[in-house]
Design a protein around this ligand. Structure first.
Ligand code: HEC
Length: 158
């Protein structure tokens, strides 16, 4: 233990003169407006983070259907749409597929089934949704991202 402490101290001393910074004004320190916007734009990321949100919400969405909590399912369904819409603002090249395979099609089918609290129609629309998510992944050249039924709840809500 003592030895480890000594090694850590030596390591710390060796690196005392490095350039590591804990400054937090990474954005304010950029001195052109354009540069600032470029930096913000980069942090917003592209379609990938939109899809991380879609995947995250898809988890709660799946369990809310199982629980027949259609209000919670609708809540997440609308957020999935919002995430995808924001995604195509950032990556317009994804817009055509996003619209034809989801926003102008399956989104509405599922929404109607949920509003009617029609368990059978919701179950059918759910299966179609997975197929369409994956069809878009194939079309967008990410066929290795396969949407499956979630195995665990990620949120402490029901
Ligand atoms: C525009 C067509 C399109 C549709 C529709 C679509 N996806 Fe995606 N998805 C993508 C693309 C493109 C990526 C890879 C994004 C990247 O790397 O920039 C992706 C990636 C993902 C990822 C991985 C995100 C990560 O980086 O970890 C998840 C999860 C995901 N999609 C879930 C879904 C689910 C669930 C649906 C259906 C509700 C869906 N997707 C519908 C295009 C789509």
């Amino acid at each position: 233990m003592k030895k480890l402490y000594l090694i850590c101290m030596i390591f710390g001393l060796l690196h005392a003169g490095n350039n590591y910074s804990t400054k937090s004004d990474w954005l304010l320190d950029i001195n052109t407006t354009n540069g600032k916007f470029m930096a913000i734009q980069k942090q917003f990321r592209g379609f990938d983070l939109a899809m991380v949100e879609v995947g995250y919400r898809f988890n709660t969405f799946y369990y809310s259907i199982k629980d027949k909590n259609y209000d919670l399912a609708l809540y997440n369904w609308d957020k999935i749409k919002k995430a995808m819409e924001n995604g195509i603002v950032r990556r317009p090249k994804r817009a055509l597929d996003a619209k034809s395979m989801f926003l102008n099609s399956q989104y509405n089918v599922m929404r109607k089934a949920l509003q009617k609290h029609d368990a059978k129609a919701v179950a059918e629309a759910y299966e179609e949704t997975k197929i369409l998510c994956n069809a878009c992944h194939i079309s967008q050249k990410v066929p290795f991202i396969e949407v499956i039924d979630p195995e665990y709840r990620w949120q402490p809500i029901r």
